[in-house]
Design a protein around this ligand. Structure first.
Ligand SMILES: NC(=O)c1ccc[n+]([C@@H]2O[C@H](COP(=O)([O-])OP(=O)(O)OC[C@H]3O[C@@H](n4cnc5c(N)ncnc54)[C@H](OP(=O)(O)O)[C@@H]3O)[C@@H](O)[C@H]2O)c1
Length: 398
């Protein structure tokens, strides 16, 4: 959910003191944060023209942030989903909650008209087509959330909107709704879903291709591993070299820009990748550490040794991809086009602290699963083994 003011103030105060931000006034002991504004982000403010927005999905990860922001901007929001994920989360907040399934039942969309549709959950072109049965001709703008996994050659440094895209493997039905087919052909199907959007909504489409989305509500642990692990303290296995590049986008930056794209009627194709200025993996890890007090220490272990130990990039060393060979461009993609159209990024300190705060509210079992590396992240046990093997090698080499 969007960070409320109290959480935000708590986050900023904690991060501010951790990294020594100047000009952050101190609160007296016991003083209620709400009574004295410390530092607040720019107020949201109302949009000039309120829009009638349909959000497909809207209750998972970046969707809820879109809903909150769109409502704050004064728009009328309708949701369409199966009512399985966080049912009732927006009861009384959104104008309408339509229930259906993009696989096979989009009848709840019949006869409806919208200024804008934001399509979050779709990978399969069939989903675009199923929704278009009722929406094509009845909307003024269709925004499709795609992915940078659409790019076929991730060795290219500076991948931009004109770079080559994945071609679906031969023999795969492009209109399949089989979850296994969809999961196994993510990039290729997203490319075709983008094309389906362009066919169904000619001249009124926007395709947004985010890289790794991070922040509160992300249960994949792909970024969350780092705040959770670093908050535990001790020796932390860090990937390869401190100067390796690193990119991601906070789900709230993505969501808010998506709504602003709707307001500005920006059509076309955009990468959505943060931050504005190149970030290194050590900047990320020390930035995360700045919001903690556990005294984590990083040990940088070269990629050659990580490979010997079968430590996987992305899955075990989350966020990180080797900046060599076929993944040389993975963390050096180009987002200048969207930045020129108003995409902005929160400071890493805010993303890191909010993610950690959210992680701490997760059920105990989920938090344990994170530290065990059950979803993504190497996990404490394997991390200790790899560090021990590395120290033994270093000692033997002396
Ligand atoms: N996570 C990343 O790092 C990343 C990176 C790049 C791109 N992306 C893309 O980002 C997009 C946004 O994902 P999100 O999880 O943040 O979106 P979201 O809108 O927050 O959550 C997914 C929504 O889809 C709904 N849904 C799932 N299956 C459905 C179906 N068959 N019919 C109707 N609704 C259905 C879910 O509700 P119900 O379960 O109630 O139906 C839920 O509301 C995805 O397209 C993903 O490919 C993600």
């Amino acid at each position: 959910m969007a960070t409320n003011r109290r959480t935000f103030i708590k986050s900023v105060t904690a991060v501010g003191s951790a990294i020594g931000l100047a000009g952050v006034p101190r609160l007296a002991l016991g003083q209620e944060a709400e009574s004295e504004p410390v530092w607040t982000p720019k107020p949201v403010g109302k949009a000039r023209v309120p829009l009638n927005i349909l959000i497909l999905g809207g209750t998972g990860f970046t969707g809820p942030e879109q809903v909150e922001y769109a409502i704050a901007r004064g728009h009328r929001v309708t949701l369409f989903n199966r009512n399985k994920t966080r049912p009732g989360a927006f009861k009384g907040k959104v104008a309408e909650e339509l229930v259906g399934d993009l696989n096979n039942d989009t009848s709840a969309l019949q006869g409806k008209k919208f200024d804008v549709v934001i399509d979050n959950p779709t990978t399969a072109p069939a989903w675009v087509r199923n929704a278009a049965k009722h929406l094509a001709g009845n909307v003024k703008h269709y925004i499709f959330v795609s992915t940078t996994s659409t790019y076929s050659d991730q060795s290219i440094i500076g991948l931009n909107e004109n770079s080559p895209t994945v071609v679906l493997r031969e023999g795969i039905d492009p209109y399949s709704v089989d979850p296994q087919v969809i999961g196994g052909n993510y990039g290729g199907l997203k490319v075709l879903a983008e094309k389906e959007v362009q066919t169904q909504y000619p001249g009124i489409w926007t395709v947004i291709r985010p890289c790794l989305i991070v922040g509160p509500l992300d249960r994949t642990d792909r970024f969350t591993w780092w705040p959770a692990r670093i908050d535990k303290g001790g020796e932390v296995l860090a990937p390869d070299k401190p100067d390796d590049p690193c990119q991601f986008i906070d789900s709230r930056d993505l969501a808010e820009w998506t709504v602003r794209v709707a307001e500005a009627q920006e059509f076309g194709l955009y990468n959505a990748i943060g931050p504005t200025h190149p970030m290194t993996v050590s900047e990320m890890l020390y930035g995360v550490k700045a919001g903690t007090t556990a005294g984590a220490r990083f040990t940088w272990v070269p990629w050659d040794f990580l490979q010997e130990q079968k430590v996987r990039p992305w899955r075990d060393m989350t966020v990180w991809q080797p900046p060599y060979g076929r993944t040389a461009g993975y963390q050096r993609r180009d987002s200048r086009k969207s930045i020129a159209k108003g995409l902005t990024f929160r400071p890493l300190a805010v993303t890191a602290k909010d993610t950690l705060d959210w992680h701490k509210t997760r059920p105990e079992q989920e938090k344990l699963a994170t530290l065990n590396g059950e979803i993504n992240g190497i996990g404490l046990k394997r991390e200790a083994e790899v560090l021990a093997a590395w120290h033994a090698k270093v000692k033997a080499g002396q």
